[in-house]
Design a protein around this ligand. Structure first.
Ligand code: FE2
Ligand code: FE2
Length: 345
């Protein structure tokens, strides 16, 4: 079976510029396509692939994370697409884990990642930092840290700054760094003051006719957090860990309200797929290339198989998102296990 046959287009979503109702299903895709007007108004600008959470490299903290065969499989699938993406957008958790690792282990994981990329990837890649790519030493190598928190990751992916923006095909991309010190588990999701000020400036400098796509590791707005093991039942009710909720979501959304050309926010982190629309902004959490760290579908939500996103962006600010199950079936410890194609359970 080839890559095209295996692909499952399950979360097709097409939104007219300026909004429109939707839900992540094929039925809603058809309805929204009808709302979005003529084909002329929906000329596709370009296509890219969205990789979330590859967790490549194994290492001491997660030695079971056997990505050496799995990650090339995902890359081969992308490169076999007849309608090829122009680049890969990686939303972070690139390597298995540097957060609790030694510098030696983190460097070894990056070595594995780089080797696989050299051998199997011909597409350009745009990177985002994830919480597992940085070390809890934080900062950019401040004195006394176990090892430079973000510096090593930035060196490895060739970025001078953990947040940046770029233009492609008539769209403006803003890549943010929302893994910050604090929280119950050693980090929390928010934008520090300097980054928020930079974001305000960057959005203000973007022509209001140019559609904007915001990229983060953890979602700015999500429902996947309710299904995390960290969402615990407390005597007072359901409690969501404070590293699962973007601490400054209200502040960020108030900023988005001033820029109605912010159309789509893409993220990963939860290894689940969800889609939230709030006040004209669509938030898609795009699952994980590694599923549950290359072992099986997500343990606590087995509906979520390994996959990546294919994203078509249109010149009028519309987009189409498809989740692609690239066939990591029966791959690791249980070749007989049931394969849950996402959306079919
Ligand atoms: Fe992850
Ligand atoms: Fe993460």
């Amino acid at each position: 079976m080839n890559a095209i046959d295996r692909r499952h287009f399950l979360t097709g979503t097409l939104i007219a510029a300026g909004g429109g109702m939707l839900a992540p299903s094929l039925a809603s895709r058809a309805a929204c396509a009808a709302e979005s007007g003529s084909d002329d108004a929906r000329r596709r600008a370009f296509r890219f692939a969205h990789f979330g959470d590859t967790h490549v490299g194994g290492g001491a903290t997660m030695p079971f994370c056997a990505s050496d065969d799995g990650y090339p499989k995902a890359l081969k699938d992308v490169h076999a697409l007849e309608d090829a993406p122009e680049f890969i957008l990686h939303t972070g958790d690139i390597i298995t884990d540097a957060f609790w690792a030694t510098e030696e282990s983190a460097r070894a994981q990056w070595d594995v990642y780089r080797k696989i990329m050299q051998e199997h990837c011909r597409l350009p890649v745009r990177y985002t930092l994830g919480n597992h790519d940085v070390n809890f030493g934080w900062g950019l190598g401040a004195e006394g840290t176990p090892f430079p928190g973000k510096k090593l990751a930035l060196e490895q992916i060739g970025l001078p700054s953990p947040y940046y923006s770029f233009n492609h095909g008539g769209w403006h991309f803003v890549v943010l760094d929302n893994t910050q010190p604090g929280g119950w588990n050693g980090f929390q999701n928010l934008l520090d003051d300097a980054q928020f000020a930079w974001l305000e400036k960057d959005l203000a400098a973007t022509d209001s006719a140019t559609p904007i796509l915001i990229v983060t590791h953890a979602p700015i707005l999500t429902v996947a957090c309710f299904f995390e093991p960290l969402a615990k039942t407390h005597p007072d009710g359901l409690v969501i860990s404070n590293d699962c909720v973007h601490q400054d979501v209200v502040k960020i959304h108030n900023l988005f309200r001033r820029h109605t050309n912010v159309k789509l926010c893409l993220s990963g982190h939860y290894h689940q797929v969800d889609h939230v629309q709030y006040l004209g902004v669509h938030h898609i959490c795009g699952g994980a290339v590694c599923a549950d760290y290359w072992r099986r579908p997500l343990t606590y939500r087995p509906e979520f198989e390994a996959g990546y996103g294919l994203v078509d962006l249109f010149s009028d600010g519309a987009f189409e998102y498809r989740f692609v199950d690239y066939g990591l079936v029966g791959y690791q410890d249980d070749p007989q296990r049931k394969h849950y194609a996402w959306g079919e359970v």
